[in-house]
Design a protein around this ligand. Structure first.
Ligand code: CP
Length: 307
């Protein structure tokens, strides 16, 4: 059974297959061509954390594909009262055709997949955010016409988005440079993994504490919130060290003249990014958010479809 737990499990060809399916589905939607490839199928969506983009785009996506979306708030189902993940997986596999889960621990998603006989999709954990990065790669390809050979600079916390960018970019041959404050760098095991990927695709990986060094000559500039979900209590201490990592006009001026700006959203305007950048002509953040829909549909078609 194929799942989407981490992009590390996907080859470069498989990533491109998701992207080309997403482009095809986007074209069909814009042209009002029906595409009920998952007619009668049901996706269960387990959430233990809040979400706007992931929830709405998966739910709308499965409807557009002719199927049904079932929202399962973890606190409303027995999982929230201690039923094991393995039993939950075995039971849900009898009712559903696929599960998307957003939760804290990556191991919980792995456990769910291990005991499911239906595809499991990782809708974000504290470690990884693979669906987001597929939409990011789609957006970059759409704007730049290529992925391989481009440089992406991620400025901010070495979080789940940074981790999945490290994996996704190096799988498709994009150079990636990450600037985080000391103590907030991405996990060493993920950096190592990305460097190994880069050996096969020619992509370079650099981790620094200097945002100007990271952003130099970047084709894509990316940032994310300073305190992710579950870290809100750390916001004050983080805000003190993240100040110099704000993507503003001065910092952005070190990227290439035609660089695009990405943010997975939600954005904390005036913190990690200024209004003039996120609302500026080089920002593609709302196309990026839209592409979550097309990419999620592609993932569901490829994992839950009959072919
Ligand atoms: N970027 C992202 O995952 O958005 P949501 O938290 O709204 O799903």
């Amino acid at each position: 059974q194929k799942h989407l737990i981490t992009l590390q499990d996907y080859s470069q060809d498989e990533i491109y297959q998701v992207l080309s399916t997403a482009f095809d589905l986007k074209k069909k939607l814009k042209a009002n061509i029906p595409h009920p490839y998952l007619k009668g199928k049901t996706l269960g969506m387990i959430f233990t954390k809040s979400s706007t983009r992931t929830r709405v785009s998966f739910e709308v996506g499965i409807y557009q594909l002719g199927g049904y979306g079932l929202f399962l708030n973890a606190s409303d189902i027995q999982l929230g009262r201690g039923e094991t993940i393995s039993d939950t997986a075995r039971v849900l596999s009898r009712y559903l055709d696929g599960i998307m889960i957003r939760t804290y621990k990556q191991q919980d998603v792995e456990e769910l997949a291990k005991y499911s006989s239906i595809p499991v999709i990782n809708g974000l954990t504290d470690l990884l955010h693979p669906c987001q990065i597929l939409a990011d790669l789609m957006t970059i390809y759409e704007k730049k016409g290529t992925l391989s050979g481009l440089k992406l600079a991620f400025i901010g916390d070495g979080n789940n988005v940074a981790h999945s960018l490290l994996i996704g970019c190096t799988k498709v041959g994009m150079d990636i440079s990450i600037a985080s404050p000391k103590g907030y760098e991405p996990k060493e095991e993920i950096v190592k993994m990305a460097k190994e990927n880069g050996k096969a695709t020619g992509a370079s990986v650099s981790i620094t504490n200097d945002p100007v060094e990271a952003i130099q000559d970047a084709d894509v500039v990316y940032t994310d919130v300073w305190a992710s979900m579950g870290q809100e209590h750390e916001f004050e201490s983080r805000a003190k060290v993240f100040g110099p990592y704000q993507v503003n006009k001065e910092l952005f001026s070190h990227a290439k003249g035609d660089a695009i700006f990405l943010h997975c959203l939600p954005a904390h305007r005036g913190e990690e990014v200024t209004d003039d950048i996120i609302d500026g002509p080089q920002s593609v953040v709302f196309d990026e958010a839209e592409n979550r829909l097309h990419v999620h549909k592609a993932i569901m078609v490829l994992l839950m479809g009959d072919k």
